[in-house]
Design a binder for this molecule. Structure first.
Ligand SMILES: Cc1cc2nc3c(=O)[nH]c(=O)nc-3n(C[C@H](O)[C@H](O)[C@H](O)COP(=O)(O)OP(=O)(O)OC[C@H]3O[C@@H](n4cnc5c(N)ncnc54)[C@H](O)[C@@H]3O)c2cc1C
Ligand code: SF4
Length: 332
């Protein structure tokens, strides 16, 4: 790590002011908790002339339990998420994902917006300037070759945020704002399949809030991650799941993954498991779906195949666990 580069810091107190600053300086970066961005600045990965601190925007860190669900300001901290008893009760996947991020000091400042918009990660990228220069940089920044897939022309750095799979499993939407207005989309629409430019944010746009629909009756959800250090680490693979049972069979199932691809993904093909009981046959099929769609590359210390297998095992265990919970509760 090196010292922070020089930059101007602005702390707007109105959203319009923040958007005007962002529109006026395309190279500006948004600063929320800073736990991802500041480390990247200290690695010399970025040299933005201006940081726009979102911490003083009114209502930016509000949790609102509204009629049709939950509205979370992008500045809500992960610690706030873990403390909210209604979230723990209705959206356990979200509370568990927030609690699994880094350590308590981190979570006291790290925000939902920063977690969803954090940079992708790779062992060849999250390194000091001298390390990367000795390695002739890489395709994502400063070089012309991807050391993970040298024949390819794209970056395979992994998206490793913990909140995204939980919010995807809960069918969340995001609201993006810029100087022209607001657009709302499914969270999955925020991401692109490119580790070097994985966000669909337009220039001048920021993530304003996240909306989670009301908990479906009798639904259960949870999040599990595998990591190198149990105490505090990014996911090698993370899986969130939300499901309901009817007459002992799966009536709804959403599974989402992180840590394996350049973007968080909602597992496709789960509809073929609906109407089936959670047993060895259906879980074998679930494992195959995960193994096919998870595409980890050699971007972490662990082997790609290990991460693929871990993702499948996590998904199978989680669905079994949740099905047992749902079966023990009153049925619809
Ligand atoms: C030691 C360590 C361990 C970590 N462990 C984990 C972990 O286990 N799981 C995990 O998910 N993350 C982990 N992180 C990464 C990071 O701490 C978290 O993702 C955190 O939630 C980021 O939030 P932040 O508010 O600090 O983001 P910031 O660092 O402020 O911002 C991150 C990025 O998002 C952008 N951004 C922030 N807010 C907005 C917004 N409203 N609209 C648009 N863009 C925005 C910023 O410009 C920046 O590019 C770890 C980091 C460290 C240093
Ligand atoms: S996946 Fe390739 S291009 Fe992307 S950060 Fe790693 S080495 Fe660089």
């Amino acid at each position: 790590m090196q010292g922070l580069p020089n930059f101007e810091l602005q702390r707007p107190t109105h959203l319009a002011e923040a958007l005007a600053l962002l529109a006026a300086e395309p190279r500006a970066r948004l600063l929320a908790g800073g736990t991802d961005l500041v480390a990247n600045l200290r690695r010399g990965l970025e040299y933005p002339p201006l940081l726009i601190d979102l911490g003083a925007l009114p209502g930016f860190s509000a949790i609102d339990h509204v009629a049709n669900g939950l509205r979370l300001g992008a500045g809500v901290t992960l610690a706030q998420l873990t403390r909210d008893t209604a979230i723990a009760h209705d959206y356990p996947a979200l509370a568990e994902a927030a609690a699994s991020v880094a350590g308590p000091a981190h979570r006291s400042v790290a925000t939902i917006g920063g977690n969803l918009c954090q940079d992708t990660r790779c062992v060849f990228y999250n390194q000091s300037e001298w390390w990367r220069s000795a390695n002739r940089y890489c395709l994502k920044r400063g070089g012309d070759t991807c050391h993970v897939a040298p024949q390819g022309k794209r970056c395979h750095a992994a998206f490793s945020g913990d909140l995204a799979p939980a919010l995807l499993a809960l069918d969340a939407e995001v609201e993006l704002v810029d100087a022209r207005g607001t657009r709302r989309m499914a969270l999955a629409g925020l991401y692109r399949d490119d580790g070097a430019a994985h966000l669909q944010l337009a220039p001048g746009e920021l993530l304003h809030c996240v909306r989670v629909p009301s908990k479906a009756p009798h639904s259960v959800s949870a999040y599990r991650k595998a990591r190198v250090r149990g105490a505090m680490d990014f996911p090698l693979a993370g899986v969130a799941c939300s499901l309901t049972l009817r007459d002992g069979s799966l009536a709804n199932l959403r599974v989402a993954l992180t840590g394996t691809n350049t973007r968080p993904i909602v597992l496709g093909g789960t509809e073929e498991l609906l109407g089936k009981p959670v047993n060895d046959t259906s879980m074998l099929r679930l494992g195959k779906l995960v193994q096919k769609q998870a595409s980890p590359m050699r971007s972490t210390a662990m082997s790609s195949n290990y991460r693929r297998l871990v993702a499948a095992a996590l998904a199978q265990r989680l669905v079994r666990e949740l099905a047992a919970v749902a079966a023990s509760a009153p049925q619809p």
